[in-house]
Design a binder for this molecule. Structure first.
Ligand code: NOJ
Ligand code: CA
Length: 552
């Protein structure tokens, strides 16, 4: 591909399909590929460029599908290989690209590799695909090191209780053993898995837990500064499993393979870095095409914080000529409309923690944040249902919870089920048009009012706000390119200008996070997330304003 040629992925709007909760075609209460296929028209009309489908592989579902039992298959509940191929082809016919999820850090404990490893004795070659170690203590009764699981508790589980038994490493749940990227078999296998799906037409991968694949083979203890919760210096390259030199080498190999394909394929990394410099190290031109950014997602609804989050990432990525992937929410966090309904400082509290909230404010802010996100240069990721302004479901019964976090935290953290509830398509029906039966997680009784059907003909609906924003984003030449220019507008306003090189037009993106209306820049209002107050932008509202350069 010639340098400087526009590439589709650089400013793509990607819609995340959490397939189990998207659309259920066969009425078993679980979303499926036919369900996605039946809604491609909706996605094309919404105006997105691509779908990212959460892991669709056979999985015992110990962590929402991120526990893969067969990387070359399709979960039987989702459908068949033939349906997957049909879905990709039909998506292409609608002008939509398809990214799928790849989970290279760990497999399911049901994966044949892990079963074989468990069946083999300590020291056997089958165990080399994972990290098995003898424990500490006289009888090996303590974990081999002090690493902890992201889902709480130690990152190690012992295979049995006797003194010969080894422990195996899992940075996530015990049902997600980490694979050993020091083993050449693993490297070859994953290369073949990439090829397998590229041969079937998928346009690329979202790479799960992308920073942690390569471990220091000595598996040393984390130092006090490296332990979760302590701020770590960004230049730290000695972490035993984060950002190691070897992980970047893997992505260089994958990038070469992606570029050799016709058309070239795309790699997007998921790294919860907390530091844009770390993130950008993955997005050099020889590694991943784009990186999901979680700074915006973690920012409170406050102008300085939103601007700082955007600015830090934009600068880092601009510096290396790369594209960030702006994210407001996903299947791992509280829905944005609920996050912003909470008082300052409590936005990120776990779902169901009883924080008081104002849903009307939350929705207003979520709509404003959407115009901020979609106004930025780079990629934008929309999590299914955010275009409907869905709130987090905080009323799920404990008996409905499936997130491993719930059990592993000793039933203290409810986890992520509340953002994974099947989405409503119709005003009525057993699951509001999700399918012919109640969905696998119960929907709140008033969700018919938030459905696609209910919002389609309402010009002021959140769905129509997204549709208009995506239409303008695609058509407006001023909004091309990688640059943004900040407009200084006081401590309560986030404002920047998009002005593509060579375009005579410019678009100002303005968000009022304060408590009183503020003046809008001069020009024609292309779109606003709420009613304007004469020529002024009310609190918790954003607008896109077109100005010809000579009128500014
Ligand atoms: C990130 C995924 O988005 C999340 O859902 C999963 O639990 C972890 N990675 C582990 O795979
Ligand atoms: Ca189904």
């Amino acid at each position: 591909m010639a340098a400087n040629q526009p590439v589709w992925w650089r400013d793509a709007v990607v819609y995340q399909v959490y397939w189990r909760s998207f659309a259920d075609a066969n009425g078993d209460g679980i979303g499926d590929l036919e369900g996605i296929r039946s809604r491609l028209g909706y996605l094309a009309e919404l105006g997105v460029d691509a779908l990212w489908i959460s892991p669709w592989y056979p999985s015992p579902w110990a962590d929402g599908g991120y526990d893969v039992a067969d990387y070359r298959g399709i979960a039987p509940e989702a459908g068949t290989m033939a349906q997957a191929a049909g879905l990709v082809a039909e998506a292409h016919a609608h002008g939509l690209r398809v990214l799928i999820d790849l989970v290279p850090n760990h497999t399911s404990d049901h994966h044949p590799w892990f079963r074989a490893a468990l069946a083999a004795p300590p020291g056997a070659p089958e165990r080399r695909r994972y990290h098995f170690r003898r424990g500490r203590g006289r009888l090996g009764e303590q974990p081999p090191n002090n690493w902890t699981s992201v889902f709480s508790g130690p990152a190690w589980t012992r295979t049995a209780d006797d003194s010969d038994a080894e422990w195996y490493l899992h940075l996530f749940s015990p049902r997600q053993p980490d694979v050993n990227w020091g083993d050449p078999d693993i490297r070859r296998e994953f290369m073949e898995i990439l090829d397998f799906w590229w041969d079937r037409g998928v346009d690329g991968f979202r790479i799960d837990a992308a920073s942690g694949l390569v471990k220091d083979p000595r598996l040393p203890d984390l130092t006090p500064e490296q332990l979760p919760g302590s701020p770590r210096p960004p230049s730290d390259r000695d972490h035993p499993y984060e950002d190691r030199v070897g992980v970047h080498e893997i992505y260089r190999t994958w990038r070469r393979a992606a570029d050799e394909r016709d058309p070239p394929r795309v790699l997007v990394g998921e790294v919860w870095a907390g530091d844009p410099r770390r993130l950008a190290r993955y997005a050099t031109p020889d590694q991943l095409h784009a990186m999901l950014d979680f700074e915006l997602l973690r920012a409170p609804f406050a102008a300085l914080a939103l601007r700082a989050a955007i600015d830090a990432v934009h600068r880092e990525f601009r510096g290396i000529g790369a594209a960030p992937g702006w994210v407001l929410s996903n299947h791992d966090v509280i829905r944005v409309a609920t996050r912003f309904s909470r008082p300052a400082g409590r936005e990120q509290d776990p779902a169901g923690s009883g924080v008081s909230s104002d849903p009307a404010i939350g929705l207003r802010r979520a709509r404003a944040a959407a115009l901020l996100q979609l106004g930025l240069p780079g990629q934008a990721y929309i999590y299914q249902g955010d275009e409907l302004g869905l709130p987090e479901v905080e009323t799920l019964l404990e008996s409905s919870l499936t997130d491993p976090v719930w059990e592993l935290s000793g039933r203290t953290i409810r986890g992520r089920d509340g953002c994974r509830v099947p989405i409503p398509w119709a005003r009525s029906g057993p699951s509001f048009g999700f399918g012919q039966a109640p969905g696998w997680l119960p929907q709140p009784p008033d969700w018919g009012g938030l459905s696609v059907e209910a919002q389609t003909d309402d010009p002021a609906s959140t769905l129509n706000l997204y549709r208009q924003a995506l239409r303008i984003r695609r058509a407006e030449t001023a909004m091309r390119g990688d640059d943004l220019t900040w407009i200084e507008s006081g401590p309560d306003v986030v404002a920047f200008l998009r002005h593509a090189p060579g375009s005579r037009r410019a678009v100002a993106i303005v968000l009022n996070a304060g408590a009183v209306p503020v003046p809008l820049p001069r020009g024609d209002v292309l779109l606003a997330s709420g009613q304007l107050d004469g020529g002024r932008l009310p609190p918790s509202t954003a607008a896109w304003v077109l100005s010809a350069p000579d009128r500014r």
